[in-house]
Design a protein around this ligand. Structure first.
Ligand code: DOR
Ligand code: ZN
Length: 347
């Protein structure tokens, strides 16, 4: 009989679902494995009000396949125009859980992001008052800073000073990619955490760039060195509650990835739980997967744990080469055409 692993149903603490017709494909892919997800607001235009977040939430729920249960946890996009009053409406909403900081221009649909964080101190203070988490795309956009250094420089120039001024502001450093980020996170106390993606646990920049460029591994923050990858793996398997699951699954149609100027983002939702299981198994830490996938984010966000379960079966399967993205063409999932040893059991 195949080996099985049954865990409390997981949550994805960082997810891009896009909008419109895309939702039919993205929501179904995530709902197969995850019960709840923190949904990113980088739409065009960005989600900047509780009303817009509510309407987006309704569209996500409408796209949910019949018989599946999946709760989108909404976020607002921080801009130079965000006011403390907006934060009061978030606190009163009951369904907007966090505010996302994109430094202006840092990544996909980040042009409306923040240009000078210092100017938003009244907003950040109000978030501290209401204990609303600030989720950070932790990269500086200074053109003089090398793309491989942008996370470490963000920590030094932006994050460490902000943490010094507002130590009580709950924060999540999203999709960490470096040993520097792991070390910073380990040194924090209080409500501070980091999410870690499947691709940053599986790969280093050589995998993307040696022997040919692999656009489907290109995401931001970009893959780093082997040393960084190893630090991330050790962080997640260590059982430290400050590191939890956030896939950053970020679909882009195949033609916009395989292009002269390809988009950043890895569509990993169809394989995410399987990849995390693989990484934990390789480190002999399968007994710690459930905390990472299903407890730590819920605890950070002060939500109850999920009551149902997810079963993974140790059974080799081959990831589809591509998946439909409706009129937008196709999506190439992480590990397309490759074998995985774990499979989420459906039904
Ligand atoms: O690679 C990325 N893609 N990084 C991000 O921060 C955003 C995301 C997207 O929305 O495509
Ligand atoms: Zn993201």
């Amino acid at each position: 009989m195949a080996l099985t692993l049954t865990i409390m149903a997981p949550d994805d603490a960082h997810l891009h679902l896009r909008d419109g017709a895309s939702l039919l494909y993205t929501v179904a892919a995530s709902a197969q494995s995850f019960k709840r997800a923190v949904v990113m607001p980088n739409l065009v235009p960005p989600i900047t009000s509780v009303d817009a977040a509510g309407a987006y939430r309704d569209r996500i729920l409408q796209a949910l396949p019949q018989g599946t249960s999946f709760t989108p946890l909404m976020t607002l996009y921080l801009t130079d125009q965000t006011t403390p009053e907006t934060i009061d409406t978030v606190a009163a909403s009951g369904f907007v859980r966090a505010i996302k900081l994109y430094p202006a221009g840092a990544t996909t649909n980040a042009h409306a992001g923040v240009t000078q964080l210092e100017r938003l101190m009244p907003v950040l203070e109000r978030m501290t008052y209401h204990q609303i988490p600030l989720l950070m795309h932790g990269e500086v956009t200074d053109p003089l800073v090398d793309i491989f250094d942008r996370e470490a420089v963000f920590i030094e120039r932006v994050l460490a000073p902000l943490r010094g001024v507002l130590p009580e502001l709950p924060m999540v450093l999203e999709h960490i990619t470096t040993a520097d980020a792991v070390a910073f996170c380990r040194a924090q106390s209080g409500r501070f955490a980091a999410t870690v993606t499947p691709q940053h646990l599986l790969y280093q920049r050589n995998d993307m760039l040696v022997g040919g460029i692999r656009p489907h591994l290109y995401c931001l923050p970009i893959l780093k060195r082997r040393h960084d990858q190893e630090a991330l793996v050790q962080a997640v398997v260590s059982g430290d509650s400050r590191f939890f699951l956030g896939t950053d699954s970020a679909p882009h149609a195949r033609h916009s990835k395989e292009a002269a100027c390809g988009c950043a983002g890895v569509f990993n939702a169809p394989v995410a739980m399987e990849v995390y299981a693989h990484v934990f198994e390789e480190q002999n830490a399968l007994d710690r997967l459930e905390n990472f996938s299903s407890r730590f984010a819920a605890d950070f966000y002060q939500m109850p744990h999920n009551t149902d379960t997810l079963t993974l079966i140790r059974e080799p399967w081959v990831v589809p080469e591509q998946m439909s993205y409706g009129t937008q063409g196709s999506l190439i999932p992480l590990l397309a055409g490759q074998q995985l040893n774990w499979k989420v059991h459906h039904g």
